[in-house]
Design a protein around this ligand. Sequence first.
Ligand code: FMN
Length: 190
Amino acid sequence: MKVREAIYTRRTIRKFRQEPISEDILRELVEAARYAPSASNLQPLKYKLVGAVDAARVFAHVHWARAIAPAGDPKPGEEPTAYILIFADTNIRATGYEMDVGIAAQNITLAALEMGIGSCMMGAIDRAELKAEFSIPAHLELSLVMALGYPAQKPVAVEMASQDAYRYWLTPDGILHVPKRPLDEIIIGD
Ligand SMILES: Cc1cc2nc3c(=O)[nH]c(=O)nc-3n(C[C@H](O)[C@H](O)[C@H](O)COP(=O)(O)O)c2cc1C
C-alpha cells in the first residue's frame, strides 16, 4: 500500500470483527510509533498493550462517536479486540507532549492499516479509571487510547457541504459518512 493511498483511504473504524490481534503485531505497532518524530528528541511516550483477554476492561471506559451516539457505538460482537494506551512519562517531559502523541498515534494508525487493522483514536476516555484499572504509576499521564481490530465497517469521506456541516452521519444503509473541508477552503489565499 502506498503512503498516500493509506492517508486518503484511512477512516476511523468503530466496528470490528472478533479476531484477536497478536502480541507480536501490537509490539510492531509500537515499533512504528517508536520511529516517530519527537520534539527535542525527548521521546517521552510509553505504551500499554491490551489484547483480547483484557479488552473489555478498556471498553468500559471509552466513549464513541459523540455526534451520532449511540448509533455509532460498537454493538455487542463489534468491539475492538485490542487497544494501545499512550502515556506521557512526565519524568521525561511534564507538558507539551501532545504533538508527539498525535504523530505516534498516526504512525500506529497507518502501520495498522497496512496490516488490515482498523483503528479509532480516542480522547474521550475515563483517564483516572483506566489508570487505576491497569495500576499505572502516577508519573505516566494517559493521553490517548488507540482502539484496534479488524474492520467490520467501511466509512467514506465526502466533501463538506458548508462551513459548519462538520458532523459525520450514518445513511440508512449504515454507512458512516465523514465530511472533510474542501481543499480550497483550508488553503489561505492572498
Ligand atoms: C485526538 C482525537 C481524539 C478522538 N477521540 C475520539 C473518541 O473519543 N471517540 C471516538 O469515537 N472518536 C474519536 N476520534 C475520531 C474522530 O471522531 C474522527 O477522526 C473524525 O470523526 C474524522 O473521521 P476520520 O478519522 O474517519 O477521518 C478522535 C480523533 C482524534 C484525532
